[in-house]
Design a binder for this molecule. Structure first.
Ligand code: P1T
Length: 386
């Protein structure tokens, strides 16, 4: 697909041009190919390049083409979850003895993958303050092969300087991986800023409706793509054809949804910042956001996630959460419906308490994923619960 088309046009059409050849139906939406295997005329000639769905499936391929088009990259790959995508990046590119410098504020499950799973295979990780580029460089050892950051980070919404980290990576011959889940490809393109690999939990904004689990990887680099794609087939955690269709359907409204998530989040953040029961609000769209200049230099928007501190104890925070009526108390984020959670006891409970304290995940820190409901209804719900 022509990359000169605007984001919205690519999101709708890439990977899904109707098949207008004789005998084809001209589907406007890519069909769901559930077949696990594909018949051929000759032993050594797969029909249309398809052999077996784990290796390649037409619906997943349509999605993978769309993913590349919306992230401004050459290649896209789709996996069964965000963590499956992360596993493919790590296992596909690293080996025993290799070391990763990761940012300190990461989804709890990603830290668990490094600390409890990859460590068993001899791949180690150490953590650097995501806001301090020199901390990444200081943490590099002769065994380091990769830098891994989330920006905007989960749950403290910290910003990594992607251009600077790309320079660090270049100086030390490292692979820079950026988890772009919180902004989605609509608001930032890390590969344009120098990231070697971009990944997302597609379970969040890309899918967008809290009804499909997925993980995606995008890159411009032929060699990195080939290794991760080899691992995708060899290890097998591919995205299913039905899920690929659902994710493609989500991408078609990504631009509209992200605009509304952002508008609502700003209104909600402004309301929270003025409320006496709230001691601190973190949202990249607020003038009070500490890393605003850096954020604006690499992203075109602020997303829909807000983190804030409730005054009082964890019991006060729990009481507030249990009183919400529209906003569901649930893990995850990025869906059309608003979701709220307490990272210390939910998404980041697998991070050790000392580590949580060190990076600033307090017991009363609340993470709110602002949905695309009416903003005034959301504010009324928060007001009554506070
Ligand atoms: O849940 P899964 O699709 O496997 O994706 C893992 C993942 C990766 N990266 C980021 C930034 C994430 O936020 C997640 C999943 N996060 C949640 C479930 C959560 O509530 O934070």
């Amino acid at each position: 697909m022509n990359q000169n088309f605007a984001f919205e046009t690519r999101a709708i059409h890439a990977g899904e041009q109707p098949d207008m050849r004789d005998g084809a139906a001209g589907d406007v939406a890519a069909p769901i190919h559930l077949s696990t295997t594909f018949a051929r005329h000759e032993v050594d000639q797969p029909t249309g390049g398809y052999e077996y769905t784990r290796s390649l499936n037409p619906t997943r391929f349509a999605l993978e083409s769309k993913l590349a088009a919306i992230e401004n990259t050459k290649y896209g790959l789709a996996f069964s979850s965000g963590l499956a995508a992360e596993t493919a990046i790590i296992m596909g590119l690293l080996k025993s003895g290799d070391h990763v410098v990761a940012s300190d504020d990461l989804y709890g499950g990603t830290k668990r993958l490094f600390n409890r799973v990859m460590s068993e295979f001899g791949i180690t990780a150490s953590y650097a303050d995501v806001t301090d580029n020199s901390a990444f460089e200081r943490a590099v050892t002769p065994a380091t092969r990769m830098i891994w950051v989330e920006t905007v980070s989960n749950p403290l919404l910290k910003i990594a300087d992607i251009r600077e980290l790309a320079e660090v990576a270049k100086r030390h011959h490292l692979i820079l991986v950026v988890d772009n889940t919180f902004l989605s490809p609509y608001f930032m393109h890390p590969a344009d800023l120098g990231a070697d690999i971009v990944m997302h939990s597609a379970t969040k904004y890309i899918g967008g409706h809290s009804d499909v689990l997925g993980g995606v990887v995008m890159t411009n680099d032929d060699a990195l793509y080939e290794k991760i794609q080899y691992y995708q087939n060899a290890a097998g955690a591919v995205m299913a054809p039905f899920d690929s269709y659902i994710v493609m359907r989500g991408i078609k409204t990504l631009a509209l949804r992200m605009e509304r998530h952002e508008q609502n989040a700003l209104k909600v953040a402004e309301f929270l910042e003025k409320h006496e029961k709230v001691s601190r609000v973190v949202y990249p769209g607020l003038p009070s956001f500490a890393q605003r200049t850096l954020h604006q230099s690499q992203a075109s928007g602020n997303g829909g996630i807000i983190s804030f501190e409730i005054r009082g104890t964890v019991e006060d925070a729990k009481r507030f959460l249990s009183r919400l009526q529209i906003i569901a108390l649930a893990e995850s984020l990025g869906g059309v419906e608003s979701l709220v959670e307490l990272p210390s006891l939910m998404t980041h409970s697998s991070v050790a308490p000392e580590e949580r304290a060190k990076i600033g995940i307090t017991d009363t820190l609340v993470r709110l994923s602002v949905g695309i409901e009416n903003a005034d209804d959301l504010i009324d719900d928060l007001a009554q619960a506070l």
